[in-house]
Design a protein around this ligand. Sequence first.
Ligand code: FMN
Length: 167
Amino acid sequence: MHTRSPRADQRPFDTSHFRQALGQFATGVTVITTRLADGSFRGLTASSFNSVSLDPPLVLWSLATTANSMAIFTGNSHYVINVLSADQAHLAKQFATRGIDPWENTEYELSRTGQPILKGASAWFECHNRSRYPEGDHVIFVGEVELCEFSPSPPLIFHSGQFGSLG
Ligand SMILES: Cc1cc2nc3c(=O)[nH]c(=O)nc-3n(C[C@H](O)[C@H](O)[C@H](O)COP(=O)(O)O)c2cc1C
């Protein structure tokens, strides 16, 4: 159901205040990766990952409409959601920085469908690109998990704009 949002100049808070409130919700950090038709790879850091359904196994994440990779993630049939380990904050920064090659010195292996899986990730989910829902300035992607794996490495945490770890 859609409700009409109040106009920006009528809301009792601004975007910065909203961001700060959202920052109190501690999350893990993922890098979403996929392979292009020419064999090159694409990836970006995303903390918007969450679970949706156990049966069928569905997950979601959201991508800004301004992202350079929007056309790629809209068009590709598969992607991998890599949950970063506590010692992979450098990858979170690399894959959130435009104008550099985040794959340089990044170790990965290939999934069954040829998607890059980051070495050392705490968990990964290979997803079929099932559906997409444009909302506001993001598009919500729902992925159907075809394969997943996890390791005992503790996860990277993102909270209040800072990277950290549990404990
Ligand atoms: C911790 C963290 C979490 C992020 N989460 C998201 C996210 O969930 N969705 C999104 O669109 N961008 C997110 N970003 C920003 C993108 O990683 C960044 O804008 C990236 O450069 C986009 O790449 P592209 O424009 O080449 O597609 C996040 C950045 C950081 C550092």
